[in-house]
Design a protein around this ligand. Structure first.
Ligand code: ADP
Ligand code: ADP
Length: 224
């Protein structure tokens, strides 16, 4: 019973760069999986393919056992993505951003659900605030709320703590754990080994497009 099953995934960009070389990866329901690797390793490419933003050169992706290509709509509604860069209209209030994102996914209007998402991320008091006026931490929370607006059960977080201070990093870690407690499967990318060790149930080390799975985190240090 897998949330995600990836086989032989390869990506060669038009530039000739082989960003992924035959990657196999299974993600269990409810786990936190960290994709650990340096810049340029292929982390964003992998996430982008699974989220449907980039096409693979070769390989298959199954979401809940269904072939991505056969049931694109299913895959899309099951997946949420928090990208590295702010992906919201800075001049919109928090509430509208989340409610509109739900609409885009064809979800029925449900103010109670939007409220629940905002409360769960301690954004309720900020719901009328314009995003650009929020702190960095609150902006990241809005990005997560936006990604959760259509109630996906697999959440991708691309470098959730890149360039944030220690305090905010700890806050993000706590937040990710809360999401998991609510049953969300989480796949995050990071280039911090401490973050992979601290957060994840399992770690995949990726380098130059090749993935080495690390089932047991205590062996992580030895592998690197
Ligand atoms: P695809 O094979 O997915 O169509 P392309 O190689 O055509 O991708 O590139 C898509 C876009 O990304 C182009 O606009 C290209 O200029 C840009 N791009 C090229 N190299 C890089 C890079 N190293 N990192 C990020 N973007 C790049
Ligand atoms: P990471 O997220 O681990 O930093 P990426 O997936 O962004 O790695 O990049 C993997 C490799 O693919 C790098 O060599 C990068 O320069 C290249 N790359 C990424 N996007 C593009 C693109 N659109 N066009 C061409 N090359 C790209």
């Amino acid at each position: 019973d897998l949330a995600l099953s990836i086989r032989g995934l390869r990506k060669a960009y038009a530039s000739g760069t082989e960003a992924l070389k035959a990657v196999d990866l299974d993600i269990r329901h409810g786990e936190i999986f960290a994709l650990l690797g340096p810049n340029g390793a292929g982390k964003t490419t992998l996430i982008s393919i699974v989220c449907g933003l980039v096409t693979a050169t070769e390989g298959t992706v199954l979401v809940d056992g269904k072939h991505w290509r056969d049931d694109y709509r299913h895959a899309r509604t099951r997946i949420g993505l928090v990208p590295q860069e702010l992906n919201t209209d800075q001049f919109e209030p928090v509430w509208n951003t989340v409610a509109f994102s739900r609409e885009l996914f064809g979800k029925p209007k449900d103010d109670a659900r939007v409220e629940e998402i905002l409360r769960s991320l301690t954004l309720w008091d900020k719901r009328k605030n314009i995003i650009k006026d929020l702190s960095g931490g609150m902006k990241r929370r809005v990005m997560i709320a936006k990604a959760l607006a259509h109630e996906p059960d697999i959440l991708f977080l691309d470098e959730p703590t890149a360039g944030v201070d220690v305090e905010l990093r700890k806050e993000m870690w706590a937040l990710v754990r809360t999401l998991r407690e609510r049953g969300v499967t989480i796949i995050l990318t990071t280039h911090y080994i401490e973050e992979a060790e601290e957060m994840a149930d399992r770690v995949g080390v990726i380098n130059r497009g090749e993935l080495i799975l690390v089932e047991n985190k205590t062996t992580l240090m030895k592998k690197l």
